[in-house]
Design a protein. Structure first.
Length: 302
């Protein structure tokens, strides 16, 4: 790259169905754990920013909740989060899972981008897997989004970190010139409390089964800097919908909650230099997914 080449800066919305690999891409591109990665769909609940700095410039990615069809109150709010992010962005990265047939839900996702084709890059993900079928995905894109040229359709494996640089370069190619919006040392703009919540929730989700992960949210009650800033003391609650779920999250002899707590401490210790002291408990917030007051607090309207 020529030293005189102007820097590019863009806000990029990542769009895709649940489990397409959006969060994995964001974490791989940022080289940091910015967003929850889980085999369980619908784990991203907020628009989460990850910042990528290269010699070409700065890309501010917004990882959105997986877009899917559902009339449940929480899922309607998640769809609203995704749709709102498309209002004021420079580029879109549309990630498609190459191991799944494009169905009606994929058609609805593509429809979101009909008017944004000039600023959209497509990444066909999971091409490292034996069940990957990128050819039908390319046909789907040419039918649904015919204005996106072939040179802006890439194949990648977000998990294996292959094809990521090509995707990033494709985004830079259509990004506007501009100075960086964030300091080059930053890889996210999330505040401390939000990051703690997401890390604890991520570790809980990956250790709980069936419907329980979707019934969990995290409430951080206290965060204190102790021992002259050398220790980060946190009191947090894993909140569930029903009393019967509380026992499952705690586990026999409190084994499950201890496992979640220790995993969260390990992950937090990778990010923060202070010694982490986490007091993690479980409490019931009855039927919170059907209550506007809780949803509004967890997922504010944009």
């Amino acid at each position: 790259m020529n030293e005189n080449t102007p820097l590019k800066t863009a806000v990029v919305a990542i769009i895709g169905r649940p489990s397409a690999g959006k969060s994995t891409f964001l974490n791989t591109a940022c080289q940091e754990p910015v967003s929850i990665v889980s085999p369980i769909p619908q784990t991203t609940r907020n628009a989460i920013k990850g910042i990528v700095n290269t010699s070409y410039g700065q890309l501010i990615f917004i990882d959105t909740p997986g877009y899917h069809d559902s009339e449940k109150k929480l899922n309607l709010r998640l769809r609203n989060v995704t749709e709102t992010q498309l209002d004021d962005i420079d580029c879109v990265l549309y990630i498609i899972d190459s191991t799944r047939e494009p169905g009606e839900e994929e058609v609805h996702t593509a429809e979101l981008l009909k008017k944004l084709q000039a600023k959209t890059v497509v990444a066909i993900n999971k091409t490292d897997l034996p069940s990957s079928k990128p050819a039908p995905i390319r046909t789907f894109i040419s039918e649904q989004l015919p204005e996106i040229p072939q040179e802006r359709i890439f194949e990648m494996s977000a998990e294996k970190d292959t094809g990521i640089n090509e995707v990033l370069k494709g985004i830079y190619d259509i990004s506007p010139e501009g100075e960086p919006m964030y300091d080059e040392e930053l890889y996210t703009d999330q505040d401390l409390t939000f990051r703690i919540c997401e890390i604890i929730r991520g570790e809980a989700i990956n250790r709980l089964e069936q419907e329980i992960p979707h019934a969990v949210y995290v409430q951080v009650a206290d965060v204190e800097h102790r021992n002259e800033g050398k220790k980060l003391w946190i009191r947090a609650f894993l909140c569930v919908e029903r009393e019967s779920q509380k026992g499952i999250v705690i586990g026999k002899g409190a084994a499950k909650i201890k496992e979640i707590r220790m995993a969260a401490i390990r992950k937090l210790s990778q990010i923060y230099i202070q010694k982490i002291d986490l007091d993690l408990q479980v409490k019931v917030d009855k039927n919170w997914r059907q209550r506007d007051v809780t949803i509004n607090r967890l997922i504010p309207n944009s």
